[in-house]
Design a protein around this ligand. Structure first.
Ligand SMILES: [Fe+2]
Length: 198
């Protein structure tokens, strides 16, 4: 009997392997292709940092909303019509100030409030970021282009399955008085992760 790991057999490409798994699931009635298409659509069209940017812009312009957002992030973003998966039981919004800078990570894997701030970038999933941002956050932020003054306290928040975070960046002074739509345009995913300031 031929050995399945024969070095003479070409290794299938990633795409071929994905197709094979999908075909096997489809053949058993799991409709994996449909689920993958749906997830792809959500990830590329719906779960975008623009959602979080809307939230931040509203928090900058509406003090009552800001209060509610800091008290209950999940309820507040859902009230804006934004989706939160059921298992994201808490959305904790971390307010940056002149004295305190917040940054988020997931030391275990790659969790984010992805429906609000978008899917995590590749570096967020790297072992190096996950390990080092906790131990030497100031150095890691500096390497990523964010040099914080020594008197700014850095707080690192480790995401869990049911508690997700987003950073509420400080509003850049030159944008005071701008309409909400324009404000949303200056808010970046990296600022909501906390590896950049605006
Ligand atoms: Fe994770």
């Amino acid at each position: 009997m031929a050995h399945v790991d024969s070095p003479l057999l070409p290794t299938p490409t990633l795409e071929q392997r994905v197709d094979a798994v999908q075909a096997a699931l489809d053949a058993r009635g799991f409709e994996a292709s449909k689920a993958v298409d749906e997830l792809g659509h959500l990830a590329q069209e719906e779960w975008l940092p623009q959602n979080g940017a809307r939230v931040v812009a509203k928090a900058w312009t509406d003090p009552a909303f800001r209060q509610r957002l800091l008290a209950d992030g999940r309820a507040s973003v859902m009230a804006l019509g934004l989706p939160m998966p059921k298992h994201h039981r808490h959305l904790v919004v971390l307010e940056n100030t002149a004295a305190v800078h917040n940054v988020i990570c997931c030391t275990l894997c790659s969790c984010t409030a992805f429906t609000i701030i978008g899917l995590p970038p590749d570096w967020y999933k790297d072992l190096e970021y996950r390990a080092r941002v906790v131990r030497e956050s100031r150095t890691v932020l500096g390497e990523m282009g964010l040099a914080l003054p020594a008197d700014v306290e850095i707080r690192v928040w480790d995401t869990t399955a049911d508690t997700r975070y987003m950073v509420l960046p400080e509003q850049p002074p030159h944008t005071l008085g701008w309409p909400e739509e324009d404000l949303a345009g200056v808010v970046t995913r990296d600022a909501m992760i906390g590896v950049a300031r605006l």
